[in-house]
Every structure is written in structure tokens, then in C-alpha cells.
Design a protein around this ligand. Structure first.
Ligand code: FCB
Length: 426
């Protein structure tokens, strides 16, 4: 496997997010985000860890860049960390005011950095923001029907709607004010679990497609076709916000490319609600996940409980976007696996499993590209071990091991392997 086997101009990189690596949470004028508030709640994060220092990239980032030249930045504007001030002032993402706030913030970034940054993304994983923040409450701001505040039947849909409108408003600013002169492009990052029907029964096939609609189509369908997927409209009915004609005009076609974050796949079977089913975004799927078929697991599990290693996932995901969504320019924008946090340096740097993971996933991605999928880049998650949200420091996704006490960095086998892929040596 080498970059030479990919189409000319294919991009390789690594992905990271500010909150997970930078630290300096309360310094240099940085105001608190909803994550700073959330991690203070005892029991929310493994070992009650904070991201106040995390791996200190705020001070150390230059060391990562010094040995390289020719790095091209791909900047994403929002990775879960809404200013807490907006949450307090007007209820954050639940309030439509957020659309203007986001567009103004995007405008500032585009104006200030657009001479150097030519590849923009508006949001990382809006589905995660809406579902984990407002359906099951596992992520900030921790709202759900069973939490101390929230409504899982309506709030995820309201938040998703505002995220889509915020995305579209930012893209509109870019297109009207900057794109012509700056000559860049803008898109969005969507998390994409691949849902495979457990059996070939009509009901399970429909459940798998419905799951893709509720997961990816929820955002991609409006962006490509100007409306929510039919299955979502039919099930959610009046709980689903509507786009006005003016909104459709700015939402439809509001990407120059789509980022596909792809880590895992699940089997799905049909599960219709019964009288006791609590009405919520997740129960609206009318589907259940299954992790084995005929006694054979879908794949080995990594450290994270949601992450089964299924190398054909990216193949299926980008091929699906190609077929259902008109083959937009795509990036495989996040992909990786984690080890437990308590792995020592000596163990951690010999990460043969991670090398095998990357080799198999990237090879499968290449098959999809050979089959015509318009995927033009690949980003590994992540360069460094870092603060993994709910899991704090009990998860290590890095190509580089970080000793969380001394903050020293130790490249893993996967870092050298990935370097050789990128430089064409492999
Ligand atoms: C993605 C997130 C990223 C990280 C990886 C493991 O869903 O975008 O921040 O948590 O998963």
C-alpha cells in the first residue's frame, strides 16, 4: 500500500480537534465551552478527567510541524465546543439565534485565515452533537428525557435543524464574500457508521436503510436534495422542523465536498416500537443493532465499546454516498482505532493491530475509489493520543503515544508505517 497506488493529487493527513489536544482551557482569553461545564459534573468523564492541559498542543504544536514541509491545513470550525456563554444566554443550539452567531463566527474565521486556509469544514459530526448531546445525554450539554432536563423526542431534531441552517448560513457567507477571491472550498464532516442488514428479509433491509437515513441522511439528504429523508419525515412527522423555501435554497447544494468519518459497522434488524417504547430520536429508527451474525462477530472490538473493526465499512460508506448522493467530492476524514489508556509506552508503541487496521481499511477504501467513488483524501484519527471525550484518557487513538504524565511523545509503529505510505516508500 502506497500513495502511488492512489489517484494523482490524493491527500493523506491526520485529524485532531482543538478541545482534545490543546489544553489552556482557561488561559489566554479562551472562554469556557459547554464541554468545560460538562466535564465538571462528577461521573460524566472517566476518572473525572479534564481537558485543562490534555496533551498541551497549545504550546507544543510547532514541534509536530517542524520536521515537515508542505503541510496543507484543513480547518473545521466546530468540533463540539460551543461557547458556554451562548448556552447560558439563550440555550445554545436549541435556539435559532445560534444560526446567526455561527455565521458571524464563521465569517470572522474565513476573513481572518482564508488567505492561508483553502479547505474549510463547518461542523464535525452534527449527528453526534444532536444525538449524544440531546437524545442520550452522553455528551455536552447532557440533555435527554431521562436527564435532569431535556426532551429526546423533539430536541435532537430542533438542534439538527439549527446545525443544518448554521452550516448553510456559513457556506452562504463564504460563497458571497470570500470564495471567489480566496479560491477555497467548504464542506461538512459527517460520522458514518455503516449499517448492514442482518438478514436479507425485507424488514431488515428496510431497517438498515432507515438507519442510514436517520444517521447520515438526516444531514446529507437536506444538503444534497433540500429535504429530510422520506423515512425520517414519515416517522417523525410533526416533531420534525420544516425548511422554508428560502432555507431550502441555501441548504440545498451547500457543500463543495463531504467529509466521511468512518470507523465501524453494525448489523441491523427491524424492531418496531411497542406500547412501552419511550419516544425518542433513537427509538424512531425502529431498528436494533447486532454485533454478530450466525455466531460470527462482525469484527473484533477495539477499546471503545462502539468500535468494531470492520474494514469493509469505508468501502460501503463511500460507495453509498456515491450511489445515493450523486458522488460528491469526498474525503475519508476520520478513521482509526483505540487501545486502552493504561497501555504502557513499551506496549503502546508496538501497535501491530493498528497498522493492520489502517492497512485493511485504506485498501478497502482504495477499492471503492477504483470503483468510481469520488474520494480524494484520507485522514487518520489521530496524530496523538488525546482526551477522548467521555472516556477521558482511558483511550488512545494516536499514531504517536503520549505519556499523559510527562506529555512526552513516542511514535508508534503505525506512525512510521503511515509515514512510509505517505512518502511512497511502502
Ligand atoms: C469521532 C470524533 C473525534 C474522536 C473520534 C474517536 O467521532 O469526531 O473527536 O472522538 O471519534
Amino acid at each position: 500500500l502506497s500513495r502511488r497506488s492512489f489517484p494523482k493529487g490524493f491527500v493523506f493527513g491526520t485529524a485532531a480537534s482543538a478541545y482534545q489536544v490543546e489544553g489552556m482551557a482557561h488561559k489566554d482569553g479562551r472562554g469556557p465551552s459547554i464541554w468545560d461545564a460538562f466535564i465538571k459534573i462528577p461521573g460524566e468523564i472517566s476518572n473525572n478527567a479534564t481537558a485543562d492541559v490534555t496533551v498541551d498542543e497549545y504550546h507544543r504544536y510547532k514541534a509536530n510541524l517542524l520536521c515537515f514541509t508542505g503541510i496543507t491545513p484543513y480547518a473545521n470550525l466546530y468540533h463540539y465546543d460551543l461557547p458556554e456563554a451562548l448556552e447560558v444566554q439563550y440555550g445554545g443550539l436549541l435556539n435559532r439565534k445560534v444560526v446567526k452567531s455561527f455565521a458571524d463566527y464563521a465569517d470572522f474565521c474565513l476573513k481572518t485565515f482564508g488567505d492561508r486556509v483553502k479547505n474549510w469544514m463547518t461542523f464535525n459530526e452534527p449527528r453526534v452533537v444532536a444525538a449524544l448531546g440531546y437524545d442520550d445525554g452522553r455528551f455536552a450539554p447532557g440533555r435527554c428525557t431521562k436527564c435532569k432536563a431535556g426532551n429526546s423526542a423533539t430536541e435532537p431534531y430542533i438542534v439538527a435543524h439549527h446545525l443544518i441552517l448554521s452550516h448553510a448560513a456559513a457556506v452562504q457567507r463564504y460563497r458571497q464574500k470570500y470564495q471567489l477571491t480566496q479560491k477555497g472550498r467548504i464542506g461538512i464532516l459527517l460520522d458514518f457508521v455503516w449499517y448492514e442488514a442482518l438478514t436479507n428479509s425485507t424488514a431488515d433491509q428496510a431497517a438498515a436503510e432507515r438507519s442510514r437515513d436517520f444517521h447520515v441522511g438526516w444531514f446529507l439528504h437536506p444538503i444534497i436534495y433540500g429535504e429530510y429523508p422520506k423515512s425520517v419525515q414519515e416517522i417523525v412527522k410533526e416533531r420534525l422542523p420544516k425548511f422554508t423555501v428560502d432555507e431550502v435554497n441555501i441548504v440545498k447544494g451547500s457543500i463543495d465536498y463531504a467529509g466521511v468519518n468512518q470507523y465501524t459497522a453494525y448489523y441491523v434488524r427491524d424492531q418496531q416500537p411497542n406500547a412501552t417504547t419511550l419516544l425518542s430520536y433513537s427509538s424512531d429508527w425502529h431498528a436494533e443493532f447486532v454485533y454478530e451474525r450466525n455466531g460470527v462477530p462482525i469484527g473484533p472490538r477495539a477499546n471503545s465499546d462502539w468500535l468494531y473493526i470492520v474494514p469493509w465499512g469505508p468501502y460501503k460508506a463511500v460507495t453509498y454516498v456515491k450511489e445515493k448522493y450523486g458522488n460528491p467530492t469526498m474525503f475519508l476524514s476520520e478513521n482509526g482505532m483505540d487501545d486502552p489508556g493504561n497501555v504502557t509506552v513499551a506496549q503502546g508503541v508496538h501497535d501491530a493491530t493498528r497498522v493492520a487496521y489502517y492497512r485493511s481499511y485504506i485498501s478497502k477504501l482504495k477499492e471503492a475509489i477504483d470503483g468510481g467513488a469520488n474520494c480524494v483524501g484520507y485522514f487518520a484519527w489521530s496524530l496523538l493520543d488525546n482526551f477522548e471525550w467521555k472516556l477521558g484518557y482511558t483511550s488512545r487513538f494516536g499514531l504517536v503515544y503520549v505519556d499523559f504524565k510527562t506529555l512526552r511523545r513516542y511514535p508508534k509503529s503505525s506512525a512510521y508505517w503511515f509515514r512510509d505510505v505517505i512518502t511512497g516508500k511502502n
